[in-house]
Structure formats: C-alpha cells, structure tokens
Design a protein around this ligand. Structure first.
Ligand code: CP
Length: 304
C-alpha cells in the first residue's frame, strides 16, 4: 500500500507514468468514467479549501466512485478531542482512499502510519502540498512540453507557502533548472529548504526583492499569496500582504512565452487585468489538477 506525503515519494519515472496517464485522461475522459465504480474517497479537511477538496471530489466522481468526508474540523469529532490517528482508523473502515489536509505539519504522515488505506497529504501546515506540485508539474509539462531547462521565478510568501516548498523539492530532480526567489526579506525561503534541499544538492539560485529586477529572465513565474493564516502578528500581515501586485505594466517586462502560474486562491498579488493575458495559465492549472488527481487515485488504488 502506498501513500503520498511528499512529491519525492514518486520517482521521476513514476511521475512520467502518472503524467502520461493524466494526459490520456485529458484526451479521452469517457474511457475512465467507470474505473472507480464501487470505490469511496474520504476527504478529511481540518483546514479550509476550495480547489484541493473539490478537485479530489470531482476526480473521484469522474472515475465513477463516491465521496464522503468533512470540510471543517469543527463539524467532525476532532472538536471533541479525537486524534488524527483514531480518526484515520475509522476512515479506513468507511473508505478505500483518503485525502487529508491539516494545519499541523506532519499530521497526514501520522495518519498514514495508522491507516489501512492509501493516504494523500492534501496540505500540512506550512510544510508540503504534494498534489498541488503534481498539478504544477503537469501544467508545465503540458504547456511547455518539458520539465527541464528553464528559469523559474517563485514570488511572494516563500516562507510559509507550502506549495513553493513542495515545488522546489520536486524540481531539483530535473536538469538545468535555475531558481529565482523573489520575496520581501521577512518572507524568504526557510533555512531548511536553503540548506537541506538547495545547497546540499548544489542547486543554483538567486534572490531578489523586486520582481522588476528579474522579470525579463523568467520562463515561468510562480506567484503566491501572503499566507494570512500562518502569521502570528496581524500588523505584519497587513504590512506585507500587497508587497507584490503583478499588473499589465510589469508583464511588459516578461518574455513573450513566459507562463504565469499560481496555486490559488489569489488575493491581490495578480491584478485581474492580467487574467486576459495568454501567458496567464492559473485557471488552466486548476483543470490539470483534476486530471492529475484522477491519475493519482487510480495509481494508489492500483487500478492501472
Ligand atoms: N491550491 C490550493 O491548495 O487551494 P485550496 O486551499 O483552495 O485547496
């Protein structure tokens, strides 16, 4: 039985197979509409979500399966003090596979150690968000035709943004990736990513505070919001929340074929006027998230 806690749980060869399957699903969704007949997905979300929970649910319905779960810890027995370990033992009796989101780093890992079914980390605190990374990689592969040889700018809250941490982890395995980190001083990438992931693997990177100073070099720009829910000090959040606003003027500095990705939700960091720019692919990214989650459910349930 396999779980997905971290993008590195799959080798790059396994990811290629997963992405090939996702592309087959995109090309012919009808072919897959009964693959999960009789199977159930539990979505256990202890933290708010729109995309991740609903795209998992959509993915399972598209495969012919059913869905149960909760979208808020307050409506589950977690509010009475039940542990994640006990909860997953129950869920293992009710469902065939589980996607779990939790504000505490490592909670999905604890769940996987007690589970009788495959567990997927749907985001744990400021740590990892592997299925967003699968979505990001499939989007890049589908729209750029490769997962190597590019300069990617990651912009915004690089300290608390778990999608950023997962994406860096995943991309270092592909050749000739150059990272440019764009953040205010207070929201730089954490030391454990800098030391244990980048330096240890001799991965080149540059850091900038102003987007305008590096925009022209980017093949991909991964924008992120400032993660309000991870701040201890509201004044600090208010001071930093609009540090970056990508608008039409800044887009004039970008390459003609640069792609803008964003895990969403967007707050103010991308002006809505940019949505019409053909380089803005963040809403296409959402659709790739459904295809890749369909492929992931099939893979973890050993239905391929
Ligand atoms: N990208 C993402 O994780 O969005 P949600 O928080 O809405 O699931």
């Amino acid at each position: 039985m396999r779980h997905l806690m971290n993008p590195l749980d799959f080798t790059t060869q396994e990811l290629e197979k997963l992405f090939d399957l996702a592309s087959q699903i995109e090309a012919n969704p009808q072919k897959f509409r009964h693959v999960c007949d009789g199977k159930k997905l539990a979505t256990c979300f202890y933290e708010p979500s729109t995309r991740t929970r609903l795209s998992f649910e959509s993915a399972m319905y598209n495969l012919g399966g059913n869905v149960l779960g909760f979208s808020d810890a307050a409506s589950s027995s977690a509010s009475k003090g039940e542990s994640v370990s006990d909860t997953i033992r129950m869920i293992s009796c009710y469902a065939d596979i589980c996607a779990i989101r939790h504000p505490k780093e490592g909670a999905p890992m604890v769940a996987s150690s007690k589970a009788g079914i495959p567990v997927i980390n749907a985001g744990d605190g400021g740590h990892q968000h592997p299925t967003q990374t699968l979505t990001d990689l499939l989007t890049i592969r589908s729209l750029k035709g490769r997962l190597q040889d590019f300069t990617i700018g990651l912009c915004g809250d690089l300290k608390f943004g778990r999608t950023v941490h997962s994406l860096i982890n995943a991309l270092i395995r592909y050749p000739n990736i150059h990272f440019i980190f764009i953040s205010p001083e207070e929201l730089k990438i954490p030391d454990y990513i800098r030391e244990d992931v980048l330096d240890k693997n001799h991965i080149p990177y540059q850091e900038f505070i102003r987007l305008e100073d590096c925009m022209q070099d980017l093949d991909l720009l991964y924008m992120t919001r400032v993660q309000k829910e991870r701040f201890f000090n509201e004044q600090e959040y208010i001071r930093l929340k609009d540090f970056y606003i990508l608008d039409k003027e800044k887009m004039k500095l970008a390459k003609k074929d640069m792609l803008i990705l964003h895990p969403l939700p967007r707050v103010n960091e991308i002006s809505i006027e940019v949505d019409e720019d053909p380089r803005a692919v963040y809403f296409k990214q959402v659709q790739y998230g459904v295809y890749v989650r369909m492929a992931l459910i099939m893979t973890l349930l050993e239905l391929v």
